[in-house]
Design a binder for this molecule. Structure first.
Ligand SMILES: [Zn+2]
Ligand SMILES: [Zn+2]
Length: 575
C-alpha cells in the first residue's frame, strides 16, 4: 500500500479543491479542502500517527467530512471520491492547468463560455483572439497562453521569461521551506541575478537530511520527469516544461553554495583571483585559509565579501562588469531596493484596453503601499486598443478628479500617446498640456528605416509636453527584435531635453535592458520604472523592472518614481 506523508495528503486535498473549482462547486466547499490542506501541511506530527490514534477529527481546520475521506485514504491508499471527480472532468481541462497562469477558475471559464476542453482548442481560441472577450481577460492573457503552450511543447528546451521563472521558483521555495528538514532554501543562478531570459531554474537547499528532501521533491505534483537523481543534485522537468536543478547541501555550506550557484561564472572567477591574492580559498563548499585549510565561518553572503575585504555586491551586479573593482575602490553604487518604488506611472484601465476600473487600480496601488499612480490609457489612433478620443480623455480626467477628492493616494492624470508615423503626437499640444504625465510610445510603423524611426522618437523627446518615452526599443523578448533605432542619438537627445526613458517591467519587454539602462545613467538620463499593467495583478511585475534597474546600477536619484510625490511633481513641472 502507498504510504502518505503530510505533504502528499495535502496535495490530494489540493487536487480535490482544484477539480471542484473546475466543476464550479460551492466556494465554501472548495475553501474547506484548501484550508485542510494547509493545516495538514503545517502539522508538526505525522498524519499517519494521528490516524492510528484516531485523532484526525482533532486537527483544527479539518471538518468531519474531510476527516472521513482522510481515513479512507490512509487506510486503503485510495479515495473513491477523488477518482470519481477525476472521471467527471474532461482530462483536457486538467491538462490546461499545466499552462502557466491557467488555474481551475480560468479553465472552467474557457469550458463554459467557449466550450474549450483541450489544449489544442485553447490554442486555437487564443490564436483566434477569442480569449480577450472573456470577463477579466485581455490580449495579454492570450499572449501568455500561447507562450505557455509553446513552452509545454518545447519540453524545457527553450528559454523562459524572468516572470515565469520567478513564479515557478516562488512556489517551489514555499513548498521546500515548509518541509521540516529544510534549514534554508533560496533561488540561485540567473533567476536570482534577474537576467531577462532564463534557461534552467536553480534552487539551493541547506539540509541535514538530503534524502528526505529529495524523496518528497521528486513526487511534487508539478514534476513530470526526473532527469537526474544524485546525492547532492536533482534535476527535474516540470509539467510547465521548465527544468529545475535542486542542490542539496549541508547547512554550514549553504551560503557559499548559494553564492557559487548564483554566479555569474565570470564574477566568481574575479572573486577567486582576489581571494588567491590574500591567501583565501573560496568554492561552493566554503571559505578557507589557504595555508592552514581552516574554515572561515560564513553565516550570510555578506560574510564572503567581508572576508575578501569588499563591500557586499548584490546578485544583480555579479556580471563581471566592473563590480569587483568598484567594490575594491569603495565606489559600488547604492542600487535601489525592491521596496523603494513610490508609484507606477504607466497603467491602463478599462477606459482603453485594460481589464480593471480606475477604482480597482487605486485599490491595488494602496495595497502595494504606493504614494501615487498615473492612469495612462491609449490615445485615439490606437483603435485596436480602444484608444481614447479627446472627448473621452476629458471625461476620464473629470472622473479621476472626482475620485481624487475621496482618495489620499495621488492619482495623476496621464495618457500613453502614440508617436505617429510622421513624428507628431496623437493629440494636439493643448490636450497634452492638461495632463500630469504624458508618455510617448511607438505602436505602429515598426518597419520604417533607422533614420526615420530615430527622428520620430526624437521629435517626441523634443516635445515639451512629453515626459516619458515608453518601451524605447519596442522589443518583445524572444518574439520581436528591437526596431531599427539609433540608441546613441536617443540617449543624447533625452539627456539634452531632460526626457525620461522607461524601463518597462513586463517580463516580455524589460525595455530598456540592463546595458542600455547603465548607459543612460552614465549620460545623466532619468529613468521611470513602470509596469504598463493592463490588469491589476500585473502591477506586481514591478519587481522585474527593479531587477533590471539594479543590473543597470541605478540609484534612487536616477529613478523618478522612487521619489516622493512633491519631488516628482516639481520635476515634472520644471523639466
Ligand atoms: Zn505601449
Ligand atoms: Zn502602455
Amino acid at each position: 500500500m502507498k504510504k502518505f506523508g503530510n505533504i502528499e495528503v495535502a496535495w490530494v486535498l489540493d487536487e480535490i479543491a482544484a477539480l471542484l473549482e473546475i466543476k464550479g462547486e460551492d466556494i465554501f466547499k472548495i475553501r474547506a479542502y484548501q484550508r485542510a490542506a494547509r493545516a495538514i501541511e503545517n502539522l508538526d506530527v505525522d498524519i499517519t500517527d494521528l490516524f492510528r490514534q484516531k485523532k484526525l477529527n482533532g486537527i483544527s481546520g479539518v471538518g468531519k467530512n474531510i476527516a472521513a475521506k482522510l481515513e479512507e485514504l490512509l487506510s486503503t491508499g485510495r479515495l473513491i471520491y477523488l477518482e470519481k471527480l477525476r472521471g467527471e472532468i474532461p482530462p483536457g481541462l486538467v491538462e490546461m492547468m499545466n499552462v502557466p497562469g491557467v488555474g481551475p477558475k480560468m479553465a472552467r471559464t474557457f469550458y463554459e463560455k467557449l466550450g474549450i476542453s483541450s489544449l489544442k482548442e485553447l490554442e486555437d481560441a487564443a490564436r483566434g483572439k477569442k480569449i480577450r472577450s472573456l470577463p477579466g481577460m485581455g490580449s495579454k492573457t492570450e499572449l501568455n497562453i500561447l507562450r505557455g503552450i509553446e513552452m509545454l511543447k518545447s519540453g524545457g528546451r527553450g528559454r523562459i521569461t524572468l516572470g515565469l521563472a520567478w513564479t515557478v521558483a516562488d512556489s517551489l521555495l514555499n513548498f521546500l521551506r515548509s518541509l521540516p528538514w529544510v534549514v534554508d532554501a533560496e533561488t540561485a543562478g540567473s533567476t536570482r541575478r534577474m537576467k531577462e531570459a532564463i534557461g534552467d531554474i536553480d534552487i539551493v537547499v541547506g539540509t541535514e537530511e538530503p534524502e528526505k528532501v529529495a524523496e518528497v521533491f521528486i513526487k511534487h505534483p508539478q514534476v513530470k520527469e526526473v532527469l537526474a537523481h544524485g546525492s547532492t543534485k536533482i534535476s527535474v522537468l516540470l509539467k510547465f516544461g521548465v527544468q529545475v536543478d535542486l542542490r542539496l547541501v549541508r547547512p554550514d555550506e549553504f551560503w557559499t553554495a548559494l553564492h557559487h550557484f548564483t554566479g555569474s561564472k565570470e564574477h566568481n572567477v574575479r572573486l577567486r583571483e582576489r581571494a588567491h591574492k590574500i591567501g583565501i580559498k573560496i568554492n561552493e563548499y566554503g571559505l578557507f585559509k589557504t595555508d592552514s585549510d581552516e574554515r572561515i565561518p560564513v553565516s550570510g553572503e555578506e560574510d564572503i565579501y567581508t572576508a575578501l575585504g569588499l563591500a557586499y555586491i548584490p546578485p544583480e551586479l555579479r556580471e563581471d562588469r566592473g563590480e569587483v573593482f568598484a567594490a575594491e575602490e569603495g565606489r559600488l553604487p547604492h542600487v535601489i531596493g525592491y521596496d523603494d518604488m513610490k508609484g507606477d506611472l504607466h497603467l491602463h484601465s478599462n477606459w482603453s484596453d485594460g481589464v480593471n476600473s480606475i477604482e480597482q487600480i487605486v485599490e491595488q496601488a494602496k495595497k502595494m503601499g504606493y504614494e501615487y499612480i498615473a492612469i495612462t490609457d491609449h490615445s485615439r489612433s490606437l483603435g485596436i486598443a480602444r484608444g481614447l478620443s479627446t472627448e473621452r480623455l476629458t471625461e476620464q480626467q473629470e472622473v479621476i478628479n472626482a475620485l481624487q477628492k475621496e482618495e489620499a493616494i495621488h492619482i495623476l492624470t496621464g495618457v500613453e500617446a502614440d508617436i505617429l508615423a510622421n513624428g507628431d503626437m496623437d493629440y494636439p499640444d493643448e490636450i497634452l498640456a492638461e495632463k500630469d504625465v504624458v508618455i510617448g510610445s511607438i505602436h505602429s510603423g515598426f518597419r520604417q528605416d533607422k533614420e526615420k524611426i530615430t527622428e520620430r522618437i526624437i521629435s517626441a523627446i523634443k516635445n515639451e509636453h512629453v515626459d516619458i518615452i515608453a518601451h524605447p526599443t519596442g522589443r518583445l523578448i524572444g518574439r520581436r527584435d528591437p526596431y531599427e533605432v539609433d540608441m546613441d542619438r536617443i540617449f543624447e537627445m533625452a539627456a539634452k531635453y531632460n526626457t525620461v526613458l522607461e524601463i518597462n517591467s513586463s517580463p516580455d519587454r524589460l525595455d530598456l535592458n540592463d546595458l542600455y539602462v547603465r548607459q543612460a545613467k552614465e549620460m545623466g538620463i532619468k529613468i521611470a520604472i513602470n509596469t504598463d499593467a493592463h490588469e491589476v495583478i500585473r502591477m506586481n511585475e514591478i519587481r522585474y523592472g527593479i531587477g533590471t534597474a539594479r543590473r543597470g546600477w541605478l540609484e534612487e536619484e536616477d529613478v523618478i518614481n522612487t521619489w516622493d510625490y512633491d519631488k516628482l511633481r516639481r520635476f515634472l513641472k520644471n523639466r
